[in-house]
Design a protein around this ligand. Structure first.
Ligand SMILES: [Zn+2]
Length: 198
């Protein structure tokens, strides 16, 4: 067994002491959240852990992370809290103008429907876009049944090209977006209908 934490030192933790889930957080998603947080293959920054514990992360996204952590170490940098498209510009419900051609579109991070993964199997995504484990993450996402599959998957140009998936599988192929994701994989849900929040 490899007990190396999913996140690099100083970023977050993999094997962690968990704070008890808050009393209001006993909805249907809380068991799945707990399972993700308890997986030794899952790591997250403190801000990302807080989002999970507060229940702001979409249940489909939690399930997708569970699928990924069955065979890979995954470190999530951000869900909602602490996410910025542009330095010094607070996130809101819409992507700010100036963030490529996506400016003005709904911001899935703001709604708890997106995760940014910066490390897989202990490797930074940046510079390792075609490492087997990082490609495998894409293949696992593509294998999720359509009704639960992320529909906003964005990663580095070489990762996207090597995998060869297209829009119907959830991949975003706009070249300006790939350039903005050279250092992380964005796993998001634009479709809010299955979010199970109401
Ligand atoms: Zn993102």
């Amino acid at each position: 067994m490899d007990f190396t934490p999913a996140c690099p030192p100083g970023v977050g933790s993999g094997l962690r002491d968990l704070s008890p889930l808050k009393a209001e957080n006993t909805g249907p998603g809380s068991t799945e959240v707990r399972k993700v947080l308890e997986s030794p293959n899952f790591g997250a920054t403190p801000q990302a852990v807080r989002d999970l514990e507060r229940g702001v992360v979409d249940q489909r996204l939690v399930a997708a992370l569970r699928s990924l952590t069955k065979g890979h170490r995954i470190c999530v940098q951000t869900f909602k809290e602490g996410h910025y498209f542009l330095p010094g510009v607070s996130d809101g419900p819409r992507i700010p103008e100036g963030y490529g051609k996506a400016g003005g579109l709904p911001n899935t991070h703001y709604f708890g429907r997106a995760a940014d993964v910066w490390w897989v199997d202990g490797k930074p995504v940046e510079g390792n876009a075609t490492a087997p484990g990082i490609l495998e993450v894409g293949k696992i996402l593509a294998s999720i049944p359509p009704e639960r599959r992320p529909d906003q998957i964005i990663g580095p140009p070489r990762w996207t090209k090597a995998l060869g998936y297209r829009r119907p599988r959830g991949w975003v192929l706009a070249s300006d977006q790939l350039e903005l994701h050279r250092d992380h994989i964005h796993i998001g849900y634009m479709d809010e209908s299955g979010s199970g929040k109401d």
